[in-house]
Design a protein around this ligand. Structure first.
Ligand SMILES: CC(C)(COP(=O)(O)OP(=O)(O)OC[C@H]1O[C@@H](n2cnc3c(N)ncnc32)[C@H](O)[C@@H]1OP(=O)(O)O)[C@@H](O)C(=O)NCCC(=O)NCCS
Length: 162
């Protein structure tokens, strides 16, 4: 495992263009969020948007906290920086932030074909809560995953914590 050292910091409004670059690098055109959607994440109530910086932004996570639950809306890491624990660091920092905002659990939806994301989330302690048929369109099913307890540290391995 090659762990990349990044700074995970709150996103600023002027990160929008960099976030759109990450968005385009991570999702097929039909799946991409618009600038307007990302502006909603950056400005909306109860939102947490964190950027992983390694000089330039290399990853971003967006969550929304409502009462005791947070929704993980989006996570993307630039293709050149994947498998270096960047997403792990973003999820860990995101969970820590929403815990401070009062969230006791985190839920998310992921396409049942998105094997990298499912592997990541399960490795970080998310469990399958439900499956939603045709959630993203005909034949495009989603899994609903849940991290039950935000007070338990999000880790990949004990070795990684050293
Ligand atoms: C899913 C995604 C965010 C993972 O980012 P990442 O920085 O590469 O993930 P990490 O390096 O932190 O991975 C941690 C662990 O997750 C699992 N994992 C991550 N990517 C994987 C892959 N492609 N295949 C299998 N397991 C994977 C592994 O267990 C990995 O540990 P390892 O590298 O020691 O085996 C990234 O692939 C991505 O941006 N994909 C496109 C956007 C997307 O699908 N986002 C999620 C839905 S919103």
């Amino acid at each position: 495992m090659n762990r990349e050292l990044v700074n995970v910091v709150p996103a600023r409004r002027d990160d929008l263009m960099a976030i759109m670059g990450l968005e385009r690098s991570g999702f097929r055109e039909v799946e991409q969020w618009s600038e307007r959607s990302w502006q909603g994440e950056l400005l909306g109530e109860g939102r947490t948007v964190l950027i992983a910086r390694s000089y330039h932004p290399v990853g971003v996570i967006a969550l929304q906290t409502v009462d005791h639950t947070a929704d993980l809306h989006r996570l993307v890491v630039s293709p050149q920086h994947r498998r270096s624990r960047v997403a792990t660091q973003l999820v860990r920092a995101g969970v820590e932030t929403v815990r401070h905002l009062g969230a006791r659990s985190v839920i998310l939806e992921v396409s049942y074909t998105n094997e990298p994301a499912i592997a990541l989330y399960q490795r970080l302690g998310f469990e399958q809560l439900a499956a939603r048929e045709n959630y993203y369109g005909p034949g495009q099913h989603a899994l609903i995953l849940k991290l039950w307890d935000t007070s338990v540290p999000v880790t990949v391995t004990e070795e990684e914590e050293e």
